[in-house]
Design a protein around this ligand. Structure first.
Ligand SMILES: Nc1ncnc2c1ncn2[C@@H]1O[C@H](COP(=O)(O)OP(=O)(O)OP(=O)(O)O)[C@@H](O)[C@H]1O
Length: 632
């Protein structure tokens, strides 16, 4: 058991980019951009852009030149795509029409995207009845055939380019609205949105600050893909005579004019049709590539956010299993749920990370395991596991050295697969074991966590096991590798009290046998005091106290730790009176002020606590505390 005295306050390190992480991320993006579909899409879109810019400048005059001697001709050396009823060169007209066609498609896509996003976001800000009405409208619009919607709108808005653009925009909008609704609903369930709601943040502000920034990326990607669809739709409208009217012309209009002669001179219709098809394919491929690149870069985003340690931090601790320095996790909207956290763990050590809900415990664990969800950003001065920099570890290495056990075992196990198969997969993928060996190891590991009939349970699906047995199976999954560190995030919260005890006993046993360190995350300070060697107390994203677990009852110094302990009932507690709670609430990650975050709830707080943040400093052997009243 060891207390880390080397931690430095945050914000003093001059971070340099992690070259390994950046290189891997760039390589991963490179693979996407070098794929044949990306290359074809890129070339086609680049060609369309050049055509839109240069086409009218180069061929504008030729496209308008009337030649009474060359009316309605087919292919010739002078007119490769023939001529129209005024003798104008159709190749020149097709090349010139690119600019107008693309501009109309862009306008229709933007109208559709704005209209759809507003419609999709409205249910998040409207009262319940209004929200239902809008959702019903969106559902009805999605079910309505797009082309009919476009035609109705175009007829109502008036024949011509404006009507067609509006029509296609309206036809695109329901897709955007549905996407926005789905994305907004997934973000609306997040804790930080719930927290903002509870704090009384108005709905409009929640939408603008918390929801829209988090769903912007997929919407923008869909916009690129919709461009291709809009282009085809507009060509269709012009082809049906509902779009661009003479003397203006776009590709659809040229197709419409050429179609009457298709049996005599098919080339006059083929030219515009080919360009519509090529542009549509180009935008779709590009949109698809952007979406794949975004998916890869968001998966690697945490990697890109990592920083190298500044030299002043001192050399890494060679004996530490886990070494974290100045870990910060932030989200858009000025929200920083973890602030400059430092933690060192020795082999075989059990460290309890405690704090109220929302103090940043789970995000700390997620950052160590590289699991912070997009759009979170992780920075740190140092993050080492088993003596190696986590940024330099492959997925396999990290998967073998780190085991994570979460609150809900059902969420960690795939309900469609047998337990043994899931465990074996870990060994096959991470350790390159043969299926038969992996299966044998899986049964062995299930026996190791005291499942009564491991061979039988390996053949069962997760729903056939009890909650406690599932959690044992998840722990066994972590033991398929050779973990140096086990992170257990509220592993017993979903279990009843007797099973809780068994799982805690099992975790201790596993630590003793394997020598792995255990980071045990809990809001239950009583359980932590019993199981752990050392306790780290978090409040509003920062460590406020660190002390040996056996000193918890008598030696806790920080008023927050003392309040947490005081809120626990014991045998002498008068059960007829309400439990001693901590008055007030923890500030949300975006609302932590300059001073001590606990000051507003602290009976000992002075003016200094409100204006100046206390650093975590050594306060007796193996103890650190961040409190002016205790340390000054
Ligand atoms: N994806 C996210 N985007 C923005 N904020 C988030 C996100 N995930 C978590 N947060 C915020 O970060 C803060 C810390 O969350 P975290 O889950 O780490 O807390 P915790 O201490 O583990 O709480 P609990 O005990 O309830 O799990 C919370 O206020 C939460 O709203």
């Amino acid at each position: 058991m060891r207390v880390d005295d080397n931690a430095r306050p945050t914000g003093q390190s001059e971070a340099v980019p992690d070259e390994g992480g950046q290189a891997r991320k760039a390589a991963s993006r490179g693979v996407v951009w070098r794929s044949p579909s990306a290359l074809i899409g890129g070339v086609l879109v680049a060609f369309m852009v050049v055509l839109a810019i240069a086409g009218p400048l180069i061929w504008g005059e030729a496209a308008e030149r009337i030649d009474a001697g060359a009316i309605l001709q087919g292919t010739s050396a002078e007119h490769p795509l023939g001529t129209d009823n005024l003798g104008r060169d159709l190749l020149a007209r097709v090349l010139v029409a690119g600019r107008y066609s693309l501009a109309l498609a862009l306008a229709a896509t933007l109208i559709g995207a704005v209209l759809g996003t507003v419609l999709g976001a409205l249910p998040s800000v409207l009262p319940r009845r209004g929200a239902r009405l809008v959702t019903g409208l969106v559902n009805a619009l999605v079910a309505f055939p797009g082309l009919l919607l476009a035609m109705f709108t175009a007829v109502i808005a008036g024949l011509g380019a404006r009507g067609a653009v509006l029509g296609i925009g309206v036809a695109i909008a329901p897709g955007f609205a549905r996407l926005t609704q789905t994305l907004a609903a997934s973000v609306a369930g997040a804790d930080y949105v719930a927290a903002a709601r509870m704090l009384g943040v108005p709905r409009r502000r929640i939408l603008a600050r918390h929801i829209l920034p988090n769903i912007a990326e997929p919407l923008i990607l869909t916009l690129a893909q919709s461009l291709g669809g809009a282009l085809l739709g507009l060509a269709g409208m012009s082809f049906l005579g509902l779009g661009v009217q003479p003397p203006d012309f776009d590709w659809g209009r040229l197709l419409f004019d050429g179609f009457a002669r298709i049996y005599v001179h098919p080339e006059v219709a083929l030219g515009p049709a080919a360009l519509v098809a090529l542009a549509g394919i180009g935008f779709n491929l590009l949109g698809d590539t952007l979406a794949r690149a975004a998916a890869r870069s968001s998966a690697g985003r945490q990697e890109s956010a990592r920083t190298e340690p500044p030299r002043a931090e001192g050399e890494p601790d060679p004996d530490a299993v886990l070494e974290v320095r100045d870990l910060t996790v932030s989200f858009p909207g000025d929200s920083t749920p973890v602030r400059g956290l430092s933690l060192t763990m020795a082999p075989g050590e059990i460290v309890g990370l405690v704090g109220e809900s929302g103090s940043g415990k789970s995000l700390t664990a997620a950052a160590i395991g590289g699991l912070v969800p997009y759009p979170g950003t992780v920075t740190y001065g140092r993050l080492r596991l088993g003596g190696a920099d986590i940024a330099g570890m492959s997925g396999k290495e990290l998967g073998t050295a780190l085991a994570m056990v979460f609150q809900d075992p059902m969420a960690s196990l795939n309900p469609a697969l047998r337990v043994g198969g899931q465990l074996s997969e870990v060994a096959v993928v991470h350790q390159g074991m043969s299926r038969a060996d992996a299966r044998r190891r899986a049964v062995d590991r299930l026996g190791h966590v005291h499942l009564p009939d491991p061979a039988k349970q390996a053949g069962q699906h997760p729903h056939e096991l009890s909650g406690g047995m599932r959690q044992r199976a998840v722990i066994a999954m972590g033991l398929m590798g050779e973990p140096r560190l086990i992170i257990a995030d509220e592993p017993t919260t979903a279990l009843d009290v007797t099973v809780q005890r068994q799982i805690l006993k099992l975790l201790r046993e596993v630590v003793e046998e394997t020598g792995a360190a255990l980071l045990f995350i809990s809001h239950d300070i009583a359980v932590v005091g019993e199981l752990c060697d050392r306790v780290v107390v978090m409040y509003a994203g920062r460590v406020v106290e660190e002390l040996p677990a056996d000193r918890l009852a008598a030696g806790a110094a920080h008023p927050y730790t003392r309040a947490l302990i005081a809120s626990l009932p014991d045998l002498d507690t008068d059960r007829s009176r309400p439990l001693a709670g901590i008055p007030g609430t923890q500030p949300a990650p975006a609302q932590v002020g300059v001073g001590c975050a606990f000051a507003a709830r602290c009976a000992l707080a002075t003016e200094r606590c409100r204006t100046e943040r206390p650093e975590l400093v050594v306060h007796g052997p193996h103890r650190r505390v961040a409190c002016w009243e205790v340390t000054s």
